[in-house]
Ligand binder design. Sequence first.
Ligand SMILES: *Cc1c(COP(=O)(O)O)cnc(C)c1O
Length: 367
Amino acid sequence: MINLVDLKRQFQSVENEVLHGIAEVIKSGQYILGPKVRELEEKISTKLGVTEAVAVANGTDALVLTLEAYGIGVGDEVITTPFTFFASAEAISRVGAVPVFADVDPGTYNIDPAEIERRITTATKAIIPVHLFGQPVDMDKITEIAKKHGLLVIEDACQAFGATYKNKRVGSLGDAACFSFFPTKNLGTMGDGGIITTSDVELAGKIRKLRTHGTTKKYYHDQIGYNSRLDELHAAILLINLTKIDEWNQKRRELADRYRQHLRDVPYLTMPVESEDGSHIYHLFCMESDRREELMQDLLNAQIQTGVYYPRCLHLQEVYSLLDYKKGDFPIAESLSEKLFAIPMHPFLTENEQDQIIALLRQKGGS
Ligand SMILES: *Cc1c(COP(=O)(O)O)cnc(C)c1O
């Protein structure tokens, strides 16, 4: 089987360092929010060009704690894309605010700034653009809209660690940014993890307090917080993967170039559009086809894994029926949910494996 991602191969490539890092933590007797987490926070803030990084339990919590630290809640609206993983909107709902969706661009699949502007009301407090599949959103336009209307911008960068936009790292482009270290993310650990990056010192302080039960002084609480911390073991693993991430992202880009070169003339396939302002790091390689189901079946028969990201837009999720959206509200996102599919993409995919996938997509689909 050629898998969408291959975490075993990823581990093998860093096996000695990871096992050493894990052993070090185990022997140290310090397991939660210790020196490894501090080192990870420092290294990530430096790498991304921000002053603060706060590690938390997962990417969803990163979003929830950031929204809460900004005081966003009941009565507020936050604009995001209907074409993303559920957590982008779930976090908004979790703090009591209302997610307001805006349709996406048909080529990049990212939220369309013009659509954002149409959805702004007096209740709007923030925009959460998602760098979907690893491709940076058009942040200049979004920042301009946010400035004009006095809104916060919180990047959902869970799929885009290391990607750049106009030579700046994703994670340094808005007021704050949220990352996930779920194992299959391009920078992942062997469990759950997440981090918030920002240059807002006050915000970072509020999030640090929220992540440990609303306390700055142990056993004295003036706020209801969370238990949302990163373990030292995960920090140790992430510190190693962090040294490889640029190389891994570069490999993803090279593989994506090869897919694009060899598949772009296939009439029943539409390649994703790469924006000129950003470097797409291809957390996933998704493309469009009217014959998605048939192609996926052909690939599966040949032991090649595929995936659908995402089969149902968020405005059409059952849980959001109370928001009164209907089919047809976001035609581009809805069309993508019917046509996009992902083929294997990870830094350890070999050219030989990629050639098999390409050959199959070219021939089999032609029947
Ligand atoms: C994975 C992901 C999240 C949530 O991260 P978890 O660590 O799984 O909680 C949020 N937003 C997007 C776009 C994601 O891909």
